[in-house]
Structures are given as C-alpha cells and as structure tokens.
Design a protein around this ligand. Structure first.
Ligand SMILES: *[C@@H]1O[C@H](CO)[C@@H](O)[C@H](O)[C@H]1NC(C)=O
Ligand SMILES: *[C@@H]1O[C@H](CO)[C@@H](O)[C@H](O)[C@H]1NC(C)=O
Ligand SMILES: *[C@@H]1O[C@H](CO)[C@@H](O)[C@H](O)[C@H]1NC(C)=O
Length: 275
C-alpha cells in the first residue's frame, strides 16, 4: 500500500510480525500525475542497524546487506557487478539525517549516503575508497548535470578508520552539512542556480556501496571515482551503525500538485487518526 504512512506502518508492526513488501512505481512527477509519496511524518526516528531493520521501511536493492551487533549494517562488494544498497520506502519533505558510517577501502569503490526524490533532486555524501582523507558532498536539482557542485571536505581522523557522524539538515532556506559536529558546508537556494537546482522535493534516504571504478563504466565516472577498481583486491566493505531520520513536515503523504516540482507545489496531506 503506497499510501500507508510511516507512523501507521510502525503501529501495524507492533501488532503483527508479518511485514508486507511495498511496491513502488517509478514515476516522474514533472511529466505525469504520480501516486502520493508516503511520508515518514515524524522526527528523530533512530534506526539502529545492530539487527535487521523493519522491511516495511528499508528496501534492499542490488544485493544482500547483513546486520551485526558490533558493526551495524555491512555492505560488501565481493565481485564485479555488486552494489548492495538499502532504501527507505518513506519520504521526508525537508528534514535531517544523521548517519554513522565507516567508509570502504578500494580504488574506485564509492560508499554513499544518498537522498533522492521522484523528480531526481539529489543530495549525496560520497567516500572514494582510494581516498581516506576526504569526504565529498554533492547535490543535483532535477538530475541536471552540474559538475561544479561537489565539494571535498577533510576528515581529520580519516573516513575509513572508524564510524563518523555525517549529518545533513535541510529546510527551504538552507542545507547544512556536518562532519562529527562541525559545520563543513552551507548550501543556500540562491547559490543553487538561483533556487532552480536547490533540492526541494520529498526525499528517500538510501545507503549503499558501488564501484564507480568498474572498468565497464564511462572514463569520466572512473576518473571521478579515483581510478579503476581491481576486484581481485576485494572484498570491499562499508559499515553503517545507525541512521536517524527527521521529517520536518508532519504528514501522511506528499503530493506533487503540478509539473513544477517546486517546494511550493508539494501538498502535505495530514494524517487522520481513526479510532
Ligand atoms: C583526496 O581528495 C582530496 C580532495 O579532492 C585531494 O586533495 C587528495 O589529493 C585526495 N587524496 C588521494 C590519495 O587521492
Ligand atoms: C551528530 O552531528 C549532529 C550535527 O552537528 C549533531 O546535532 C548530533 O548531536 C551528533 N550526534 C551525536 C550522537 O553526537
Ligand atoms: C541555470 O539556469 C539557467 C536557466 O535559468 C539554465 O540555462 C542553465 O543551464 C542552468 N545551469 C545549470 C548548471 O543547471
């Protein structure tokens, strides 16, 4: 059920151990009417990956993720073509994520924290396996190619040594990126092609690892990833201990009311409690 809210999914789980898989239809709201986006609708929800998370909330893609008490979620590339990822079935419309992540090693291997909306607004944290000293942040408005948006931030202790706190706080006025409590980047709408490319539509969170250095990919991608991946040097593993998600619009679902995909066009449907 697409329109089931996050809050009611949680309530449902409390009564039932059977979690039904949700099917989502990819739909571009700038081209056609799309089903409503089910909302998280609550703030500060902590997902601790010391055990398998609720499958009504987290959808696994492109391979298997395992969950361990010590290291949290384990995302491993054992061979070429693998890219295990988990993605939320729910959306936040302005909000905050706090992800505790230990990046994978390996030239060309990308550990990632990605926000993506139906119209392809995107916000990324990316960690190149060949670079232990820097984390990258990036964003896209409606998937418009812009290669000047990425910024590389030094991480004192290194990104692969331990878990670090990568937090992003997003409102209609600004987006703040923090590493271990330090503000490293502020993105203002006016600086994103005069708001045109400012991410402003309901987002899903996904966590995953992939090989940007896969020799079958375009040379530009492999170069950005830090070079070609030698899969004989694997396995390559990223760990995520926890993710905290806040949805700043408390609602049941979000609806694109026209083709503009501007934040003003998104309708927040209120949650109605049934007694
Ligand atoms: C890591 O990335 C930073 C920023 O792009 C760069 O200055 C540094 O040389 C890179 N290190 C390696 C080992 O590639
Ligand atoms: C992670 O960083 C954010 C942003 O600075 C901060 O608000 C939060 O308290 C930090 N989390 C922990 C557990 O320290
Ligand atoms: C910025 O917006 C203008 C239109 O307002 C467009 O022509 C240009 O291609 C945009 N640039 C990027 C990088 O999206």
């Amino acid at each position: 059920m697409l329109s089931r809210s996050f809050a009611s999914a949680l309530a449902l789980l409390a009564f039932s151990s059977v979690a039904s898989a949700q099917v989502t239809t990819p739909c571009q709201p700038m081209e056609r009417d799309c089903p409503p986006d089910p909302a998280f609708g609550i703030e500060n929800h902590l997902f601790n990956f010391n055990k398998t998370p609720d499958s009504t909330v987290w959808f696994p893609k492109n391979g298997k993720v395992t969950y361990t008490p010590e290291q949290g979620a384990v995302f491993t590339i054992n061979k070429q073509g693998e890219s295990p990822t988990i993605e939320t079935n729910f959306y936040f419309f302005f909000g905050r994520t706090e992800v505790w992540l230990k990046a994978a090693s390996g030239t060309g291997i990308i550990s990632s924290i990605v926000w993506l909306s139906d119209c392809l607004d995107e916000v990324d944290w990316e960690f190149m396996g060949g670079n232990v000293t820097h984390a990258e942040t990036n964003y896209f408005g409606k998937a418009r190619p812009d290669y000047l948006n990425a910024i590389y931030h030094p991480v004192d202790a290194g990104v692969q040594d331990d878990f670090h706190n990568y937090t992003t706080v997003w409102t209609q006025d600004r987006m703040d990126f923090y590493i271990d409590g330090n503000l490293v980047r502020v993105l203002l709408p006016k600086d994103a092609n005069n708001t045109r490319n400012y991410p402003q539509t309901p987002m899903k969170l996904s966590l995953g690892i992939w090989a940007g250095g896969d020799p079958t990919l375009a040379p530009g991608t492999r170069e950005w990833a830090g070079g070609d991946t030698d899969f004989t040097k694997g396995p390559f593993t990223m760990y995520v201990k926890s993710a905290m998600v806040s949805d700043f619009s408390s609602g049941k679902e979000y609806i694109y009311t026209d083709r503009s995909a501007s934040w003003e066009s998104i309708k927040v449907v209120a949650y109605v409690f049934h007694n």
